[in-house]
Design a protein around this ligand. Sequence first.
Ligand SMILES: Nc1ncnc2c1ncn2[C@@H]1O[C@H](COP(=O)(O)OP(=O)(O)O)[C@@H](O)[C@H]1O
Ligand SMILES: [Mg+2]
Length: 236
Amino acid sequence: MSNTPVVQIENLMKQFPVGGGYFTALKEINLQFETGEFSGLVGPSGSGKTTLLNQIGGLDSPSEGDVNVLSMDLVGATHNERAALRKEKMGFIFQSYNLLPVYTVFENVELPLILNKVDSKVRKELVEQAVEWVGLTDKLGSRPSQLSGGECQRTAIARAIVHKPRLVLADEPTANLDAKNSHQIMKILVNLNQELDTSFIFATHDEKIMEYLKRIIHLDDGQVTEDELIAQPKMS
Ligand SMILES: Nc1ncnc2c1ncn2[C@@H]1O[C@H](COP(=O)(O)OP(=O)(O)O)[C@@H](O)[C@H]1O
Ligand SMILES: [Mg+2]
């Protein structure tokens, strides 16, 4: 059912308790994402990008409204059901890479496959393929401390896509990288989007990322202010 939306958000509101009251971080969010999208949540710091990405990842629950991801109603689902959805069908990329320092590139990328109980021979093939996609075949045995920032993020990308997820969420993936590495990362991600038909949702305020996006959803003060389809994104 590839015409079912990958993500459907209805009347989402999110409040956090602060002091004696509440701070409303997201309000009246209605959004839909389709298969194969390459979209970004864009807005100033504090506009609610990470809060919204966490809602889509089922990492936090809404105060009001509904979030449906890959045909699962996240509000009605149990903690374990949401965890299984993340493990099996989603990938995550963070600003800070979140690699395990004592593990090699191979072992870091292998981790999602171990969690998904993939057989070791298939694991090896999938890891080698993912690492080749990000151009790190010669670093399979290296540990994160022996890699540059760009290489760490490429390792994290391989880990995010090794199990061929349906949806990848990337929160400020280039925030710690220089321009050259940022462009390299975005080119890799555009190619993966096209090869794997994986949907990507970014949270960013980096102009270098925005050039590649096919859809830009502007957030301000917890609300969508503009939902823009880009006619000619870079590399499309
Ligand atoms: N757990 C929390 N408790 C209280 N306030 C929060 C919490 N998480 C986020 N916020 C607030 O919600 C707003 C949006 O935060 P965030 O989604 O992290 O913004 P962005 O990712 O766009 O920079 C900010 O004002 C932030 O301080
Ligand atoms: Mg953020």
